[in-house]
Design a protein around this ligand. Sequence first.
Ligand SMILES: [Ca+2]
Ligand SMILES: [Ca+2]
Ligand SMILES: [Ca+2]
Ligand SMILES: [Ca+2]
Length: 115
Amino acid sequence: MKLTYLILPVFVAAGFPAIAEQIPLNQGHLEALDKNGDGAVSKAEYNSFADFAFEKMDRNKDSVLSPDEVDDHLIGDAFDMLDNDANGSVSEDEFLLQMNEDFATSDQDGDGVLN
Ligand SMILES: [Ca+2]
Ligand SMILES: [Ca+2]
Ligand SMILES: [Ca+2]
Ligand SMILES: [Ca+2]
């Protein structure tokens, strides 16, 4: 399975080693997301990871991500992509929207879990 490009930097945000733009999802990533150890990443597990990543990136704890907070963790033009309403900050809703799209993209067989 391929990670989509946004998920990967979020791994970086969560303390995984920095890595290049797009890599295959490896067993270590899966295990980190798979909290209950059933070998698959459910939407709930993925969402709790997304929450964690958002909080981790939001250094000043104002509940939005500024460009510098995003640039520290995400690659390329991730900020513009995340900032749907182009108001110069990324809300948690905007972030989770993109994360949900990434989940759907990664879940190629559409069964609601990544494995
Ligand atoms: Ca699981
Ligand atoms: Ca912030
Ligand atoms: Ca915004
Ligand atoms: Ca699946």
